[in-house]
Design a protein around this ligand. Structure first.
Ligand code: THU
Length: 138
């Protein structure tokens, strides 16, 4: 897996973030099992609630194209205009969406400051004891 490329794609996607209310811009790049990359940015709304995180934008783009198998996601975020980014962890709602489509033991979440500085976590680490599709099997 080319983590550096994934982070670069997330940084590029962040440039499209629409954040007139928070000014906090996030980009994500989602790697599918078959090697495609879907990117996403956060998109805010004047009525706040409909705002969508970068991670979910990337997931929903992929799923709406018929893809449901994923390996990893790179995430970058920080205030608009700031050059140096800090680690930006996904919100609880996005972790839950990941739980819907990903194997928590293997899906890798790459939290990056830049293409060279990043930390990786499994979904299981970021959402321990997560409730997912398997819990509804009977
Ligand atoms: N946001 C994301 O897009 N992803 C995250 O991982 C954290 C938060 C967005 C939501 C909102 O548009 C802005 O960042 C501030 O919360």
């Amino acid at each position: 897996m080319d983590r550096e490329l994934l982070i670069q794609k997330a940084m590029k996607a962040r440039e499209n973030a629409y954040t007139p209310y928070s000014g906090f811009q996030v980009g994500a790049a989602l790697l599918t099992d078959d090697g495609q990359i879907f990117t996403g940015c956060n998109i805010e709304s004047a009525s706040y609630t409909p705002s969508n995180c970068a991670e979910r934008t990337a997931f929903f783009k992929a799923v709406s194209e018929g893809i449901r198998e994923f390996q990893a996601i790179a995430i970058v975020g920080g205030p608009a205009g700031r050059e140096e980014l800090e680690i930006c962890a996904p919100c609880g709602v996005c972790r839950q969406v990941m739980m819907e489509f990903c194997d928590p033991k293997t899906f890798e979440i790459i939290l990056a400051k830049n293409p060279k500085e990043y930390q990786t976590f499994t979904l299981k680490e970021l959402l321990p004891l997560g409730f997912g599709p398997k819990d509804l099997e009977r």
